[in-house]
Unconditional design. Structure first.
Length: 242
């Protein structure tokens, strides 16, 4: 068993060396030492997910956010971000997918096709209010699209902006909220508006979305995030980058 194990390891090493031959040749041509060549080989085996998953305590994550002035000129919500999409073609667009995802009880629909949610039970996180009619709810972008545009989305492709608008890959991006509260928030960030309830959760969600989509923060926004994060539990944030 020991001989077989050694042979297996040698075969794996040879295969890895063969696949990395161009890198080794380059290292030898440049007169690079064996140690550096080994580092080149090691870099080939870094898991793909290491570059796409971010993990850090809340306060660390806040302080790591890149700062840049917000530039909102040229913003056109409909033209640049579009509207709710039915990405999986089940007749339910993103609005109704969020309502279904967050429902606390059985749902009713406007038709037998079950495309449009009518009634159910939801508890909105900004005010802990119970809703039974979908008409009293709006779907909020945690980071508003106007804010996203000024924080980096202006440089994205149209497809990426549409993906942000309809992001169902992370529950922190979109949420059902009381219509009046969502209207009062408008496009303001934490430096100018905060929900009346569950503020620490809101700060964590905001930071997670900024990280997920590679968005920057302006100086006033970062100062507010640091201030709130310092008074909140230093929870661990895990974010898959989009």
């Amino acid at each position: 068993m020991k001989v077989r194990q050694i042979n297996y390891v040698r075969v794996k090493a040879l295969l890895a060396l063969k696949s990395a031959k161009p890198f080794v040749s380059l290292a030898r041509t440049a007169g690079v030492t064996g140690v550096v060549a080994g580092l080149l080989l090691t870099s080939l085996s870094v898991p793909a997910e290491a570059a796409t998953v971010y993990k850090a305590p809340l306060r660390t994550a806040v302080r790591a956010l890149a700062v840049s002035a917000e530039v909102n000129t040229g913003f056109d919500r409909d033209r640049q971000f579009g509207d709710w999409k039915d990405t999986n073609r089940d007749c339910q667009n993103t609005r109704h997918e969020v309502l279904i995802q967050e429902a606390r009880a059985a749902l009713s629909y406007t038709t037998s096709r079950r495309c449009t949610v009518s009634r159910g039970r939801w508890v909105t996180s900004w005010d802990n209010r119970i809703h039974t009619s979908a008409s009293t709810l709006q779907i909020d972008h945690t980071v508003p699209v106007h804010e996203a545009w000024g924080s980096g989305a202006r440089y994205w492709t149209q497809a990426r902006r549409v993906a942000f608008y309809n992001d169902m890959g992370d529950a922190r991006t979109l949420s059902a909220q009381t219509s009046a509260l969502n209207s009062s928030k408008q496009a303001r960030g934490p430096e100018a508006w905060m929900p009346p309830a569950n503020r620490c959760a809101y700060i964590g969600q905001w930071v997670a979305v900024k990280i997920r989509w590679g968005l920057r923060v302006d100086s006033a926004e970062k100062a507010a995030l640091i201030r709130y994060a310092n008074s909140c539990p230093n929870v661990m944030l895990t974010v898959t980058r989009a």
